[in-house]
Design a protein around this ligand. Structure first.
Ligand SMILES: [Zn+2]
Length: 250
């Protein structure tokens, strides 16, 4: 079926575009072009802030709003007469870009790291940290709690307690799969704090289980990541887990 007239490389993203050309594209295409050029992954749970320039989030919002309006139209909802849905496309676009998926478009919140001057080396537990996310299969909400266990060493950087919640929020504010979310959070913390051991447990409610599908109302998903000392030392692991409140101990 190969045709002689087909150019050898006609994928539009491979074509070099000048800044002028790029400026004429919708922001989403411009950002996509930069990502492809850098061979950078842009899955639902990836942070792409390094490729988003000033003002482009606002442009993305306008694009999402226009496309969301088309979704409502495809659902045969009369947004002209139905005052409840007149501004729904705009609200949803704002909610995605500024709130629930914000962790894709903005860089990590600034976190001050302190050297471990006191040479703390005892198990530290942060939590429960309330987290909100969305599943990337259905874009349905995920509500949950995260517990973080840290075993610092003398070379670890310590960060303020509230910063764990801010980093968790940044990682979770993207469409996710819970297993991957927990691993991503672990990677971020490992890189910043560099502890001897790191443990994370996440327990969450997936609304795609309640709102649709099996409509099971009693399922929570629990995931954990154990690294370093928590992997090697069963006592440390037990100590961490025993300090978490047991919701289903009956
Ligand atoms: Zn889902």
């Amino acid at each position: 079926m190969a045709r002689d007239s087909t150019p050898p490389d006609d994928k539009p993203e491979r074509i070099f575009r000048s800044e002028e050309d790029l400026a004429r594209l919708p922001a989403s295409e411009r950002i996509r072009y930069r990502l492809l050029g850098a061979e950078c992954r842009f899955h639902a749970n990836d942070n792409i802030s390094a490729f988003v320039r000033a003002g482009e989030v606002e442009e993305l919002k306008a694009e999402v709003q226009a496309k969301m309006q088309e979704v409502l139209r495809a659902l045969v909802i009369d947004t002209d007469s139905d005052h409840n849905t007149q501004e729904t496309a705009q609200r949803v676009a704002k909610m995605y870009l500024d709130e629930v998926f914000r962790g894709r478009y903005v860089p990590m919140p600034a976190v001050t790291e302190f050297p471990n001057a006191e040479r703390l080396n005892e198990l530290m537990i942060v939590g429960p940290v309330t987290v909100r996310s969305a599943c990337s299969h259905h874009m349905c909400p995920i509500f949950g709690k995260v517990w973080i266990g840290i075993l610092p060493n003398e070379h670890s950087n310590l960060i303020g307690l509230s910063k764990y919640a801010r980093i968790a929020d940044w990682v979770m504010s993207r469409p996710q799969i819970q297993e991957e979310a927990v691993t991503m959070l672990a990677n971020e913390l490992q890189q910043r704090v560099r502890p001897d051991g790191l443990a994370i447990v996440m327990e969450a409610d997936h609304f795609c289980m309640h709102w649709r599908g099996v409509k099971d109302t009693d399922t929570a998903m629990v995931n954990s990541v154990m690294r370093g000392a928590f992997l090697k030392d069963a006592n440390l692991r037990r100590e961490f887990l025993s300090l978490l409140p047991r919701k289903h101990s009956a």
